[in-house]
Design a protein around this ligand. Structure first.
Ligand SMILES: O=C(O)CCC(=O)C(=O)O
Length: 301
């Protein structure tokens, strides 16, 4: 896979910026031809495997308490399709058949060769170790291709990624722009330094029914990010990024993205890394017997 022109290592200034702000935007991480290759691969997956009748699950931001479908829970280990909410009318009937997939997840990095080859590059391992040297054995636990379809691309409400992928230390997200992500087509927004507040809540399987997921507030957070969203709003900055750029996201960094009402798509690929040496709770929604360990020969401690 071509890596021409892409930085092999992060500079100390970039690492310092991430530590201070909870995010880092890095340009020119993915060469143009690789962006195109991944986007074409996704088109092939849709052409071959997506069946509008079979894959009716809508992707919606997590509610306070919700019963999860088997389709969603099983997506941890395969390539599953989730639809845009606004591809439907109020009665839930599809109003169009093309360009309706909101995202594909959550094991592209494992189950698809092109995404596996892309995801497990040595330099991404190096970036993760540089941004979080406390990670003894970085492993990729989930991946998503997010479309933000033109006109109907859904919003992603404010959240911290470790809410959904809890381990005692924060996870790390790598978010690759395969097209320009702009104010117009729904780029990410985030609150600089918000990772310093700690993790506000966890999204957990309920004790009574492991298929029901609910938010539980943690005791370690110094401020709430969604109770007071209006006040928080002034603190958000847009994280616009050119095609080929990558946004690194600390697991406690508060971020969101708006709707895409423009006629331009905003396709991205993202994955999340945790430390395999840490305890992984059975209450997290995402469960697999083993994480793919294609980086295992890199483990140093
Ligand atoms: O791509 C987006 O719009 C949001 C993605 C996101 O928030 C995440 O991956 O944590």
């Amino acid at each position: 896979m071509s890596t021409e022109g892409a930085p092999e290592h992060l500079t100390q200034d970039q690492i310092d910026f991430y530590n201070e702000n909870g995010y880092l935007v890095l340009d020119k991480v993915v060469p143009d031809e690789v962006c195109l290759k991944l986007r074409n691969e996704i088109k092939n997956i849709i052409d071959q495997d997506f069946d509008v009748e079979k894959h009716k699950t809508i992707f919606q931001t997590a509610k306070d308490r919700q019963q999860s479908t088997e389709y969603f829970l099983n997506s941890s280990g395969n390539i599953s399709f989730f639809l845009e909410k606004d591809a439907h009318d109020e009665k839930g009937n599809l109003i169009r058949k093309q360009n309706i997939v909101n995202k594909i997840g959550h094991a592209l990095h494992d189950k698809n060769e092109a995404f596996r080859e892309f995801s497990f590059q040595d330099r991404f391992y190096n970036y993760a170790k540089a941004l979080d040297p406390s990670m003894r054995e970085p492993v990729i636990v989930q991946s998503m291709f997010i479309f933000k379809q033109p006109g109907i691309g859904g919003e992603v409400t404010p959240h911290q990624d470790s809410t959904f992928l809890y381990t005692p230390s924060p996870c790390l997200g790598l978010w690759f722009a395969l097209e320009d992500a702009t104010l117009e087509n729904g780029c990410l927004w985030g609150i600089p330094k918000s990772q310093k507040r700690g993790l506000e809540k966890r999204w957990m399987r309920s004790e009574q029914d492991p298929n029901t997921l609910e938010f539980k507030t943690t005791s370690s957070c110094s401020a709430s990010y969604d109770v007071d969203e209006a006040a928080d709003h002034v603190n958000y900055v847009p994280l616009e990024v050119k095609k080929g750029g990558c946004v690194f996201i600390h697991g406690h960094f508060v971020h969101k993205s708006g709707k895409n009402t423009s006629d331009k798509s905003r396709e991205i690929y993202t994955y999340h890394i945790i430390d395999n040496k840490e305890e992984y709770p059975k209450e997290n929604w995402l469960q697999r017997p083993n994480w793919p360990t294609f980086w295992s020969d890199r483990v140093t401690a």
